[in-house]
Design a protein around this ligand. Sequence first.
Ligand SMILES: [Zn+2]
Length: 436
Amino acid sequence: MTRLFRGTLLHVPDDPFAEQGGGAKRLHLVEDGALAVRSGRIVDAGDATAVRARNPGAETAVTGGWLLPGFVDAHVHYPQLGVMGALGLRLMDWLRQRTWPHEARFADAAFARAEAEGFLAALARNGTTTALVFGAHQALAMEEFFAAADASSLRITTGLTLGDRELPSELRTDPERARQESTELLQRWHGHNRLRYAVTPRFAVSASDELLATCGALLRGGPDGLWFTTHLNESPDEVAFVRNAAPTARDYLDVYDRHGLLGPRSVFAHDVHPSERELARLAETRSVVCHCPGSNRFIGSGLFPLRRHLQHGVRLALGSDVGGGPSFLILNEARAAYETQMQLGEEGVRLDAATLLWLATAGGAHALGLGDQVGDFATGKQADLVQLTPRPGGTLDARLRHAGGADDAAAALIALVGEADVTGSWVAGRRVYPHQ
Ligand SMILES: [Zn+2]
């Protein structure tokens, strides 16, 4: 059966950073558009009248609002919904005083299960259909999370978070236990339906060389297509700690690099304070940097040097970094990315709506190795969609009435959209929000 999703279509198929010259059509907007979806895939897209004429037996599934590709969040923490909005703390104090004590609660399986379901519901409610999720430190909590993620239908890549020092004892592991528990989880869940496994040391502060060596061995010895994620160069205190703790490493990145942890399936969150050498090495290995501007601002970690990343050709994605970040909505991260660059003045990059929307959708999909499956409305892609319906009488609704073309409308969406404007999310054509 073919189903029609009718509304204002908005997507950005081509990488705006890669484009040479100008003139290419970047934002694709069809005011009265439709997608025809069959067996979870987009089989036709364009003007609603034409799509309907080409698909005469199709049943209309959805009408109204804006239809965008499902959002991609490349860095968000499962056990941190409960610490969002902690005021007054910089990174290391935020971790020690608020976050780690909360994450210790995930030793309770029933608590972990309820939090997993609540977290995944928050992703779907914010239009995020694909996410690289930073896990919990407890294998039991990750078993609960994988099971809940499988049931949610979302495209989730995640793994057991690992640390063997500079953590409360309840969160600490050791290299052998890390190897055993990670192996059990990845054997059970990696490649199961839409789930993938990511080897996940918390950050170099809390990982000994032995533990990072174990991570390298897991990546090399495991099944094909394992991912790797961790934090990098987030705050000045943390960078100083790592430099002191690893005096023979060339820099923070090198602490990971020495164990073979860089590559096209490695995602490093933040990188607010990189050296030129680190940027060159990230680009050379085709590693991904996940920019989390909302979190960087909320925790006061610094202003992301986007221009330097682009000059080196580092691959990029966007992340909410909940609970450091104050929102699950990835378009809020797009706005925060824009504002961060404006704050940098001449050093900043003037980001336009097409680039921001691309980062939130197709760019994120490519960064997570799913660019051939999701991220835009090309025929043959999976129907991962989000519907935005500005509340009648609200500011976004009022502003959009004045929109002068695609770029202006997309900019208004990025600037003004909120969680309540997300009225539907679908993965492979199946509704994941709201539940009916
Ligand atoms: Zn994080």
